[in-house]
Design a protein around this ligand. Structure first.
Ligand code: SF4
Length: 475
């Protein structure tokens, strides 16, 4: 997915920019970068992150960066921040989201003989497309409106000029963007302002949450304050997966804390379950919050039969290459036979995407002597691939375990998908049973969508639930 960060301070911002951006590292794996606006220069540094961590890669560059306005990105798409010279003045840009009509927009730009950098993948970079849409207009505000009007999918972004930052949330608020401030000498005179994909980046660098931007809202932030430049819209479709899987436990989106919502998810599964087990465990990392909620609700012991080897495998996301991802997933978890042998275990996981990791984990549990393995999944069966975010490059429709099951049961046409995603329909039970059989589980249950929505706590119409029910509105 990726994360973006922007900061304006009355003093040099590089220390806070560096650590604040680093706290978005769980959101992406491909590239990371920083840019600062100094007195008359823009300086940026960008690195590949697939072989090392953001802090390790960027730390040697800090001596070259000076300024009181800065941008940072952890990206799963392109090299960011990028800096541009245009009739609107110099600006740097970071983006997060997915532009599904990027080829159409690039072809249209070609008609005007617009030139893009050629990326190593031979594709036009999303950040360049956004820069092109911005710089064709008479002001940044008009450019932001043009992005909202033209981009299909979703794109939140931060523009850095030498005067300040434009923080722009995507039109339907699928990705979050939160404003924070650093208290100054008096409460009416903050020392700095920050914009971030996640509020969990704030506390340790001395910032406090002010508020989330609304869907489609754009604000302009300087070291002295901020003002709304484009008012928020009244339709929101924030990604539900932020609470199920992506989000860091301490983050809040729309006022709803991630860890708290995972406890409610686990409790909702527990409320409809009476399987007899010896204890409850969770697949690290996000499965743990769901497991704690489940165990607490049923007053069952919580244990850690699979432990993550944090000294060298601290990240929850994986490299881009699927083989490397599978290897990392296997190597980072160590089973504890002393807890597993002869035990009946309820195991909570956030979701089943392709099922590869679950298959490996279940195999390990049986090899370590588990008597029964009961898997409980915090969300419904994934059937529809995400058209709005870069959820995972490997997530093509046919790889989704839910679709695999439907094709296996229905033949190639995969008809009656609506019946399969309805948890009250017998076809849904057939699909779950097919998946259970693939993993040789003692039992398998998925969260019902209405219970997931209740656990998040926002009205259904404000949440994107497309992954599970195919619903969507807007673009
Ligand atoms: S389709 Fe799924 S991953 Fe994509 S925005 Fe909607 S809920 Fe999130």
């Amino acid at each position: 997915m990726g994360g973006i960060f922007g900061i304006t301070r009355k003093h040099d911002c590089v220390h806070d920019l560096f650590y604040g951006t680093d706290y978005l590292s769980h959101l992406g794996t491909k590239r990371g970068g920083l840019a600062v606006a100094g007195s008359d220069t823009f300086t940026s540094r960008v690195h590949l992150l697939e072989s090392s961590y953001f802090r390790t890669k960027l730390e040697p560059d800090l001596k070259d960066l000076k300024g009181n306005i800065g941008l940072g990105a952890i990206s799963d798409t392109d090299s960011q921040p990028l800096t541009f010279y245009s009739h609107l003045g110099s600006f740097s840009l970071v983006t997060v989201g997915r532009i599904t009509n990027i080829d159409e927009l690039a072809a249209e730009a070609g008609k005007y003989r617009y030139t893009f950098n050629r990326s190593s993948a031979g594709k036009v970079r999303p950040t360049e497309i956004i820069a092109m849409l911005l710089s064709r207009e008479n002001s940044f505000e008009d450019g932001i409106r043009a992005v909202h009007a033209r981009v299909k999918g979703s794109c939140s972004f931060i523009i850095m000029t030498e005067k300040g930052l434009y923080g722009c949330r995507d039109l339907l608020g699928r990705t979050p963007l939160t404003l924070g401030c650093k208290p100054g000498a008096s409460s009416s005179d903050p020392e700095g302002w920050v914009l971030s994909s996640e509020s969990s980046a704030f506390y340790n660098v001395g910032f406090e949450t002010v508020r989330d931007l609304g869907p489609g809202e754009a604000i302009f932030v300087t070291p002295d304050g901020w003002e709304t430049r484009i008012a928020p819209g009244n339709k929101m479709q924030i990604c539900s997966f932020l609470w199920v899987y992506y989000g860091y436990p301490s983050a809040c989106y729309e006022g709803v804390n991630v860890e708290d919502s995972r406890y409610r998810c686990g409790a909702a599964l527990a409320a409809e379950d009476n399987v007899e087990v010896d204890f409850v465990g969770g697949i690290p990392d996000s499965g743990i919050g769901h497991a704690v909620g489940y165990a607490n609700y049923r007053r069952l012991p919580y244990g850690r039969p699979l432990v993550k080897y944090t000294p060298t495998w601290p990240r929850s996301f994986m490299p881009q290459n699927q083989e490397s991802r599978d290897l990392v997933a296997k190597m980072k978890l160590i089973p504890n036979r002393a807890l597993i042998q002869d035990k009946r275990i309820a195991f909570l996981d956030d979701s089943i995407v392709r099922g590869t990791q679950l298959k490996d984990n279940v195999k390990v549990l049986y090899q370590q002597g588990a008597k029964e393995v009961h898997i409980r999944i915090a969300c419904p069966t994934l059937v529809y691939p995400c058209p709005f975010l870069n959820f995972s490059p490997a997530r093509s429709a046919l790889e989704l375990m839910g679709l695999k099951a439907i094709f296996a049961l229905e033949g190639k046409e995969g008809k009656d998908i609506e019946r399969y995603v309805n948890s009250a329909d017998p076809k849904n039970a057939e699909m779950v049973e097919w998946i259970r059989g693939q993993f040789q589980l003692s039992s398998l249950k998925f969260q019902r969508l209405d219970n997931l929505v209740k656990a998040i706590g926002l009205p259904k119409q404000q949440l994107c639930t497309h992954c599970w029910d195919g619903s969507s509105f807007g673009n």
